[in-house]
Design a protein around this ligand. Structure first.
Ligand SMILES: C[S@@+](CC[C@H](N)C(=O)[O-])C[C@H]1O[C@@H](n2cnc3c(N)ncnc32)[C@H](O)[C@@H]1O
Length: 517
């Protein structure tokens, strides 16, 4: 089964027996079709000339999202829910559209390599809409449990309706060639003669080559074996399960568990939810239960719970880069339990508003929003004013590729280089704003060495009064028993790096630091 999707397809399930004993036929959109007494099919999945037939709404939805991503730089995870609503897809069709959209976007690199062997011209000379239709067809043919004839006919029908009759002929011919081999055979052919391991892994697991090299370096930099790269890349291609957190002292997981969620195994008050539209849970709508990756929950809890090296006051906490507010909500709830107050800072106005919304369920007396460049907290007026500071720095997001299916194709090494300067400056500001004996958490959702260990090494080399704490021990204390180790020793302290292929979380990095003088 493909690694480019949710790992399963819930449709079509063919030839199910219904309660009356007859055959329930499902069309290629997964809806049941009554074949009627005459046996005459109302809908022919195999008819290649389905002229005049309407495009399948689930496939049309996926096509529209791919077009929005390509033409308007849209984020698939934001556009898809709107399109699903526009087309009034039921739960089953919404699942199909989601798997198709995300799978085609993640698999784009691999599918383009395959398609370029089946098209008689360079892919960039194709109409971009045709190319998107071909990618959707390739994903259905190679990675979903859709019968070949259905994948072909439905994609051709879609193209005829939304692009034109001319395009549908080309698409039919190309997809027929794609369908002649399965994904493993195609992958093996593509890497034949490719001697560079990173280049081969980039092709097979559909990642840009520079990201494969960066992730391989990251594994080594965080004390793991470079040979894990294939597992890591494969994990990037699986849709993450929705993780929930019930805000401590405020929310409860009861409703989620009643609706099929399973208790989380990494961190307290968390759950895994696979029940579809999360907004149907009232606790989520109210904001007392929130969607948050378990890795993000862990780093927030580790900062909140680590004993302060100098047990003094513990009343003022700062989240320096808070938007859109995931960690701020958990930190504010934990601060409230501690009797502390959280300042959630975010320089982008619209993101600061999101932070306010994220905090809606938390007692408003325990938090406040600040809207400024986090580097301003390095100024004298804030010096030593906080006991615990979170620096969840803007980063390349290379550790969260599974959440944003198109993001890997939009990033470049230049993004990383630009961000590392800001990351160092924000960490400097946090270390100025924390009191002596307080704690700063430097966090990224990227394992890239330049954004993680290099930033920490640099700050330690520049400030003789800054010390790395045992972050691994703090994380373990915040986690449920049995979590696989994530820490790497550095002198007397340690940093931690979580991994999608080991911990089933985003690849969060954290270093806990203190100021000694
Ligand atoms: C990785 S995100 C933070 C995610 C957030 N902590 C959460 O858990 O939801 C980084 C945030 O830093 C903000 N940011 C960018 N430049 C900044 C700066 N100079 N000072 C403070 N925050 C900044 C971005 O707008 C973005 O919202």
């Amino acid at each position: 089964m493909s690694e480019f999707g949710q790992g399963r397809s819930d449709r079509p399930r063919r030839n199910e027996t219904n309660r009356g004993g007859g055959q329930v036929r499902r069309d290629d959109a997964g809806r049941t079709r009554n074949r009627g007494g005459s046996g005459q099919r109302q809908f022919s999945a195999s008819a290649p000339s389905a002229r005049g037939r309407r495009a399948d709404p689930a496939r049309l939805t996926a096509f529209e999202v791919l077009r929005a991503v390509a033409e308007h730089d849209a984020y698939a995870n934001l556009v898809l829910p709107t399109r699903i609503r526009d087309h009034r897809l039921d739960r089953r069709d919404a699942g199909f559209a989601t798997e198709l959209t995300y799978g085609a976007l993640r698999g784009q690199g691999l599918y383009d390599a395959i398609l370029s062997r089946c098209v008689d011209r360079p892919l960039d000379q194709l109409d971009p809409a045709v190319l998107d239709a071909l990618r959707l067809g390739a994903h259905q043919l190679l990675a979903m449990r859709v019968p070949n004839h259905a994948a072909l006919d439905e994609t051709v029908s879609l193209a005829r309706m939304v692009i034109g009759a001319g395009a549908s002929g080309l698409i039919n011919a190309v997809l027929r060639k794609v369908s002649l081999k399965d994904l493993d055979t195609w992958s093996a052919e593509l890497v034949e003669g490719v001697t560079d391991e990173s280049a081969a892994a980039a092709l097979v697991h559909s990642h840009p080559e520079w990201i494969v090299r960066a992730l391989r370096q990251a594994l080594v930099a965080h004390g793991r074996d470079a040979s894990e790269i294939n597992d890591l890349l494969a994990a990037d291609n699986l849709a993450p399960v929705v993780n929930l957190v019930a805000l401590p002292g405020i929310g409860s997981l009861e409703e989620a568990l009643d609706n099929g969620a399973e208790v989380g195994t990494l961190v307290a008050d968390s759950a895994y939810y696979q029940g579809g539209d999360i907004a149907r849970l009232s606790s989520v709508r109210e904001g007392s239960t929130r969607v948050q990756d378990a890795g993000s929950q862990l780093v927030a809890r580790a900062l909140a719970q680590v004993p302060l090296p100098d047990a003094g006051e513990d009343a003022y906490w700062l989240d320096l880069c808070a938007g859109p507010g995931g960690k701020a909500a958990l930190l504010a709830a934990l601060a409230s339990e501690h009797g502390a107050r959280l300042t959630a800072n975010e320089p982008a106005e619209h993101r600061a508003e999101l932070v306010s919304k994220a905090l809606v369920a938390v007692d408003p007396d325990t938090w406040m929003i600040s809207v400024r460049d986090g580097r301003e907290y390095g100024e004298a007026e804030y010096a030593g004013g906080y006991d615990r500071v979170m620096v969840d720095a803007p980063c390349s997001g290379l550790g969260a590729l599974r959440r944003r299916p198109e993001s890997r194709w939009r990033k470049s090494p230049k993004d990383v280089a630009e961000l590392t300067i800001l990351q160092g400056e924000l960490l400097d500001a946090a270390l100025s704003a924390v009191r002596v004996g307080g704690v700063v958490a430097y966090v990224t959702c990227s394992p890239h060495p330049a954004e993680t260990v290099a930033v920490v090494d640099d700050v330690l080399s520049r400030h003789s009064n800054v010390k790395l704490l045992d972050t691994g021990a703090a994380l373990e204390a915040a986690a449920l028993p049995g979590m696989a180790s994530a820490s790497r020793k550095v002198g007397d302290g340690s940093t931690i790096q979580l991994w999608p292929h080991i911990h089933r979380t985003d690849a969060m990095f954290m270093a806990l630091l203190t100021r000694t003088a």
